[in-house]
Write a protein that binds this ligand. Structure first.
Ligand code: IPD
Ligand code: CA
Ligand code: CA
Length: 265
């Protein structure tokens, strides 16, 4: 597959940071059994991956701004371009030795995401997308699923933990959706949840209280694979409201309706 120069830069950065995460993930598996546990080790792995990404992306595109989960905002001289980066999405999975985590890189130009990479360094699944050019998994073009019935659908979600977010609201949402679908999943890495909607594995995904770096890349992937992504009011303020519903045209609409119902209940 012939990738643009821009995507090549992003893929090379993701692969380099991925090598570092993969080594550290191997170590985490050993640290599980130690008394101190792997928590400090994991936050160091996370920061290291972000430093690699910042370094590689800045080397290739000096001047672009950078918004990373670990290091915050780096203003660039080029005000129209910003990298939106999560060096390790799925930290809890990583910490527990569960190989469902990824590096997520989105490039924003004038408030529009124009390029995206999501890379799981353990499974070596590399998702890429560019505005107007489609979404790919490794070399294969992706399309959202063709399922049209909620009753056939597998839907992914994110849920609040440890006092974060509105548990009661989530339980109402869950109860309504649970009753109507073939399966519900909570995989714990929002970037991959979106990439998996693009891949047609999930028919839809929703989550509240996300951050821009969890979603930026995945949103473009869903849309470039023919899917729909909105905030929970059906609008476009996904990054501002920090919430997303994404899916195939039909399932997205149905799910949005159920979530509205839960909000009013
Ligand atoms: C988290 C994951 C998780 C989602 C959380 C995010 P992190 O990101 O995407 O699936 O439910 O809201 O914070 O902390 O692992 O980068
Ligand atoms: Ca994240
Ligand atoms: Ca993270």
């Amino acid at each position: 597959m012939l990738r643009s120069a821009l995507l090549n830069v992003m893929v090379a950065a993701a692969r380099k940071a991925g090598r570092s995460l993969r080594r550290d993930f191997g170590e985490v598996e050993n640290l599980q059994v130690s008394l101190k546990g792997p928590a400090n080790y994991v936050s160091a792995a996370d920061r290291k991956a972000e430093e690699i990404l910042l370094g590689e992306l800045a080397k290739a595109r000096p001047g672009y701004g950078f918004l990373g989960e670990e290091g915050g905002v780096h203003e660039g001289s080029d005000k129209s371009h910003t990298w939106i980066v999560d060096p390790l999405d799925g930290t809890t999975n990583f910490l527990h030795g569960i190989p469902q985590f990824a590096i997520s890189i989105g490039l924003e130009r004038e408030s529009t995401i124009i390029a995206a990479v999501i890379y799981n360094p353990v499974t070596e699944e590399l998702f890429t997308a560019e505005r107007g050019k489609g979404t790919f998994l490794n070399d294969q073009r992706l399309r959202v699923s063709a399922r049209r019935l909620l009753a056939d659908s597998v839907i992914a979600c994110g849920l609040p933990h440890l006092g974060r977010g509105d548990l009661a609201l989530f339980r109402r949402e869950f109860a309504l959706v649970q009753d109507k679908v073939a399966g519900l999943r909570r995989f714990g890495a929002a970037a991959l949840d979106l990439a998996w909607v693009a891949a047609g594995r999930f028919d839809a995904f929703w989550e509240r209280e996300l951050q821009p770096w969890d979603m930026a890349a995945g949103l473009l992937m869903v849309r470039e694979a023919g899917g729909f992504a909105t905030d929970l009011d059906g609008g476009d303020a996904i990054l501002a409201k920090r919430q997303v519903v994404a899916g195939t045209e039909v399932i997205h609409r149905e799910l949005l309706g159920l979530l509205k119902q839960a909000e009013k209940a």
